[in-house]
Design a binder for this molecule. Structure first.
Ligand code: FAD
Length: 616
């Protein structure tokens, strides 16, 4: 048995039984993929994930990447996994037909991605080129489409997103890399970028770096010009002065052949805690040889353009996080069924009582149920968000849906998919390990690697703190709470929609009071704004966690309602019983705690901010 344990049953339950994607599969933009094709594709992806991808997971962790003369060498097994992905044409699944793709809906894409990311996240990250191409295609000219976008798909180029600099992490707007216009219409990029995923690897023939830099001559950067010994960077201040440039590893000629090596060089390969198979590079631009690039769209559109890549990456990170927790939980579950230790608690004083599998012990069952409820709830959050993205696609093609409202809902959900999904998954992976006792701490089992590989998810693509602030200030504040109010209204209608059969009545009541708690938190935070923005900043992460839990509780109860209505037998019967039990557990054990959180939040004062730094 490989390390990866998938949960296709639950993915398909989300897709086909709860969100009913079959109602629009095979229509409009998704006309090439009907429900049968979607199912067959998922079965194939599950096979690819469990065999080839999972097969290079440990090798990728234990075989260090090498940096020689600016070239990064990755393990052979990782290359074989990349061959299998691209030779199977899986990179085309969700690309639009214009790019030679099959136009699969986002829900199918993210369901498939969950399995591939759970089996070997570094491999799927190396496959990012075609996904970046689809985004880039919306931003470039027709001529650029042929020269830059098409080869990313057809010739399987690698792709990177290049924002971070030594002094510009969360504060992307502090970036100092600059770009100077050359006489041939290209731009010469200079500067140092840090922590760049896929910065170099020896599988694709070329890599296209999407780089944020300041075009020369747009005025001094007001935010940093006043710092002592700090030369003002080129470009306008903050993120607004940034432009997006395509900077290839090898410069492609007009006939498509690859020319000289461009002046972008790997100057350091990071030695990381986990996700070791993934190449994380410091890139230096234009130090000895010019790093030629092409401007995407207009100057100073860079951050808006890059955000399209970032949003995709945030969805990927949230999916990766819960994918890892899912296989962590299923590994823990398998172990708990096999490992025999101690008597049943009811026979604890009987020295001759038979020893039982640890799954029979209440404390182990507590840990397993906690993992099950959270992972299935967070998967529901990912799949719900993915189906909102499906509806956005349908609306763009003329379906009678409110496109702006759907886009705002997607924007609202993304920080929770990424921020909450990554934090909670990392926390609960420790519990997956705990179920295995000392064995879990050893490399004979995959969970210690899961933990190391998953920690990054709370950090890149905007840390958890940044996600919390994004949720409150941008996604709720700038929208005057309108999108959130609609969502809370929908949750409240579900809470009050008890059909009167008694099933889940108590849980609906708990859900209703959790809605009121979240509304109370929001009101308190709005009030804090009048007193001190610090009071808000002390609570943005807490609020994000609380809202995420409310939505997850709602989605689990929706699942329970569906499961409750099915008259199943055998293994399916147990599956549906498990759905109802997880929803009930979550409502009773998690949603009930929101009232305590609300009380704590409402009493926030400025003591933590007023305390002298030396008192910490
Ligand atoms: C393995 C790996 C891969 C990566 N891949 C890429 C990539 O492909 N492309 C790319 O551009 N970058 C990449 N990054 C960079 C990553 O996105 C940054 O590390 C991340 O954005 C955080 O920046 P930082 O590390 O400088 O931390 P900092 O910004 O210094 O943050 C440190 C701490 O301070 C907090 N903090 C910072 N500012 C604020 C604030 N205003 N309010 C409240 N809290 C704040 C943060 O939440 C965090 O807890 C990668 C990083 C790693 C480790």
């Amino acid at each position: 048995m490989g390390h990866y344990l998938s949960n296709l049953r639950d993915l398909e339950f989300n897709l086909f039984e709860v969100f009913r994607v079959q109602d629009y599969l095979g229509t409009g933009p998704f006309d090439q993929i009907d429900a049968d094709v979607a199912h067959d594709a998922l079965v194939e992806v599950e096979r690819l994930a469990s065999t080839t991808f999972a097969g290079s997971f440990v090798e990728g962790d234990r075989t260090p990447l090498r940096l020689d003369d600016g070239d990064v060498t990755i393990p052979e097994g990782i290359k074989r996994s990349l061959d299998a992905f691209f030779d199977g044409e899986w990179h085309r699944m969700n690309l639009p037909p214009r790019l030679g793709g099959y136009g699969a809906p986002p829900s199918l894409r993210w369901a498939a991605s969950e399995m591939l990311l759970g089996a070997n996240p570094a491999v799927l990250m190396y496959c990012a080129g075609p996904a970046f191409a689809a985004i880039l295609d919306r931003l470039v000219t027709e001529e650029q489409h042929e020269r830059w976008v098409v080869p990313m798909v057809e010739r399987r180029w690698g792709g990177t997103m290049v924002l971070t600099e030594p002094d510009a992490g969360s504060d992307v707007g502090a970036g100092r890399a600059k770009a100077v216009a050359a006489s041939d219409g290209t731009w010469h990029v200079t500067g140092t970028k840090r922590f760049i995923t896929n910065g170099d690897f020896d599988w694709p023939e070329n890599i296209l770096h999407l780089v944020l830099a300041r075009p020369e001559g747009a005025g001094p950067d007001a935010s940093t010009a006043s710092r002592p010994n700090s030369p003002a960077p080129a470009g306008g201040p903050g993120t607004k002065g940034l432009s997006l440039f395509m900077v290839p590893k090898f410069w492609p000629s007009e006939d498509g052949s690859l020319g000289e090596r461009n002046g972008v060089v790997v100057t350091k390969l990071e030695d990381k805690m986990g996700l070791k198979a993934s190449s994380t590079c410091e890139l230096t631009f234009g130090e000895q040889v010019p790093a030629r690039g092409v401007l995407v769209g207009e100057r100073h559109e860079g951050i808006r353009q890059m955000f399209q890549v970032i949003e995709d990456a945030r969805m990927m990170v949230g999916t990766k996080a819960i994918a890892t927790l899912s296989t962590g939980y299923l590994n823990a579950l398998a172990y708990a069924k096999e490992r025999v230790q101690g008597p049943d608690l009811t026979q604890a004083s009987d020295k001759t009582a038979p020893r039982v599998p640890i799954m029979r012990h209440p404390d182990v069952r507590r840990m397993l149920m906690e993992q099950k409820a959270y992972v299935e709830g967070m998967r529901a959050l990912v799949m719900y968000t993915a189906t909102v993205q499906d509806r956005i696609r349908l609306a763009r093609e003329g379906a009678p849906q409110d496109l702006p409202a759907l886009e705002k809902l997607n924007d609202l959900l993304l920080p929770m998919v990424k921020g909450y999904g990554s934090e909670k998954s990392y926390e609960l992976l420790a519990q997956s390990l705990q179920v295995l006792g000392g064995s879990g701490y050893c490399r004979d089992y995959p969970i210690e690697q899961y933990i190391r590989d998953a920690k990054i998810d709370t950090l890149y693509e905007g840390t958890t703190g940044i996600q919390g602030m994004d949720l409150f200030f941008r996604k709720i504040g700038k929208d005057q709470g309108a999108t959130l109010a609609l969502l809370l209204g929908e949750i409240m209608r579900f809470a009050k929609g008890d059909p009167g059969d008694g099933a889940l009545a108590k849980e609906r009541e708990i859900l209703g009071s959790a809605v009121r708690d979240v509304q109370g938190m929001l009101a308190a935070m709005a009030g804090f704004l009048d007193r001190s923005v610090y009071l808000v900043g002390l609570n943005t992460t807490t609020f994000m966690f609380s809202l995420s839990e409310l939505i997850i509780g709602w989605l689990l109860l929706r699942q329970a309602e569906v499961a409750d209505a099915v008259d199943a037998s055998g293994h399916d019967k147990e599956f549906y019983e498990g759905k109802v039990a997880a929803a009930r557990w979550f409502a009773r054990n998690v949603l009930t705690l929101l009232s305590a959180r609300r009380a704590v939040l409402e009493q926030t004062d400025l003591e933590v901010m007023d305390l002298a730094d030396g008192a910490f």
